[in-house]
Design a protein around this ligand. Structure first.
Ligand code: LER
Ligand code: MN
Length: 271
């Protein structure tokens, strides 16, 4: 069963980011549940800054599943990336992602590597890719031990120069020995980078483990010019069973953004 999922950010530094909800956890979850979402994706400062017992209580009382945890705070707050040339920073980045994976896996949630992948150094791409490879081999093996896949997110060219399309990300993952890392299909990044979003989903189907739902302008789907019909058909055709998680600006406000997302979800996936 595909899950309708909404992002909740609990990091004040990134309030301006593409998250549907960013108030306190309880209020955000209450709103997500009342709008009809069945899952949430959480963006926290780190794995320790959230009371996991309370989270479990809230998930039970609102009947929500934790679908994913984002690791981007490792970069935004702590300046860590998996491809940093400094080995001490890389090690901290790996530990940060590992702790987020441990946290997420207790709830059956995947962990996402987005901005934590970093960037290739100018004229030193091979070296940067070797750093990323080493980190992903380690973290992928850890994902296998936890029994929950790790999710690697190709980002658009303004956010990374590593891999910008699902095809490029997949080629890199295929070169690893770990088989516990899947791709994130973020429709906003794909709108910028892919030749054809639906075709890319069809071509990379078995590798897609998570979806970020946003329109061309990163407003909730339906508020830009991305054509959702063929994307939804492609996701059904590959028999995608994971979360469709709204990582969009809270435009014009969290409540309306949540409503618009659920309208889209019902229109394309619940009939
Ligand atoms: C960033 O643009 C993004 O899409 C996030 O999911 C990753 O940090
Ligand atoms: Mn994303």
């Amino acid at each position: 069963m595909m899950q309708s999922c909404a992002t909740i950010a609990l990091v004040p530094q990134i309030k301006a980011g593409p998250w549907i909800f960013w108030e306190d956890l309880d209020a955000s979850m209450a709103q997500a549940a009342s709008l009809g979402f069945n899952a949430i994706e959480l963006f926290t400062a780190d794995a320790q800054s959230i009371d996991q017992g309370r989270l479990q209580e809230l998930l039970s009382s609102y009947q929500l599943k934790l679908a994913a945890v984002g690791s981007g705070a490792g970069k935004v707050i702590h300046g860590l990336t998996l491809s940093d040339p400094n080995p001490a920073i890389r090690q901290q980045a790996i530990s940060f992602v590992e702790s987020m994976m441990d946290f997420g896996s207790k709830f059956g949630a995947v962990c996402i590597i987005g901005s934590m992948q970093g960037n290739a150094l100018p004229d030193r791409r091979e070296e940067s890719l070797a750093y990323l490879q080493e980190a992903l081999e380690y973290l992928g093996t850890h994902a296998g031990q936890l029994g929950v896949p790790l999710i690697y997110e190709p980002l658009n060219r303004y956010e990374t120069n590593l891999f910008n399309t699902l095809g490029a990300g997949r080629a890199f993952l295929e070169g690893l020995s770990t088989r516990h890392i899947l791709l994130l299909a973020d429709l906003f990044h794909m709108n910028i980078e892919e030749v054809d979003i639906a075709q890319s989903i069809l071509d990379n189907g078995p590798w897609i483990g998570h979806v970020h739902l946003a329109d061309s302008n990163r407003r909730p789907m339906g508020m830009g010019h991305t054509s959702m019909q063929e994307i939804a058909e492609a996701l059904k055709q590959i028999n995608y069973q994971g979360a469709i998680s709204a990582e969009a600006f809270p435009w014009p406000n969290p409540l309306e953004a949540g409503k618009q997302t659920m309208k889209t979800y019902r229109q394309y996936f619940k009939n």
